[in-house]
Each structure stands twice: as structure tokens, then as C-alpha cells.
Design a protein. Structure first.
Length: 68
């Protein structure tokens, strides 16, 4: 999984009846132990995320604009 600045990241909820969390990638942080993303979530909060396989997906900025 690799994302770029401007792409959307969607983290699947682990709880019943709780929506997925979506946000915009603001920064890609490469390190020897993996890639992390600084994300501005749709609720306005920002955090750093290191997604694990199967829990997140990335939608390119171009596809995200077409969906909107």
C-alpha cells in the first residue's frame, strides 16, 4: 500500500455500527520500519497513522475527486 499527498485514506471500523474513518494524506513519512502518513480526518483532527494490511485502503486523489 502506498499513498501520496492529496490521496484519501480509509480506515475500516472494527466496531459494529461505527462508520469507517476517512481523511486526506497531508504528508508521507518514510522510515526503515515502514511508511507512516500524517492525515487530516474528515472531522478536522490530524494524526499520524501507520496502517496495517487489511485495515486501510488508499484512494488516489484523482479517483476521490471523481467520486465527489
Amino acid at each position: 500500500m502506498s499513498g501520496k499527498v492529496g490521496d484519501r485514506i480509509i480506515i475500516e471500523s472494527e466496531r459494529v455500527r461505527q462508520p469507517d474513518r476517512e481523511g486526506e494524506i497531508l504528508e508521507v513519512i518514510e522510515a526503515e520500519y515502514g511508511t507512516r502518513y500524517r492525515v487530516r480526518w474528515d472531522d478536522g483532527h490530524e494524526s499520524t497513522v501507520r496502517p496495517i494490511a487489511g485495515s486501510a485502503r488508499i484512494v488516489s486523489a484523482a479517483k476521490a475527486r471523481r467520486r465527489a
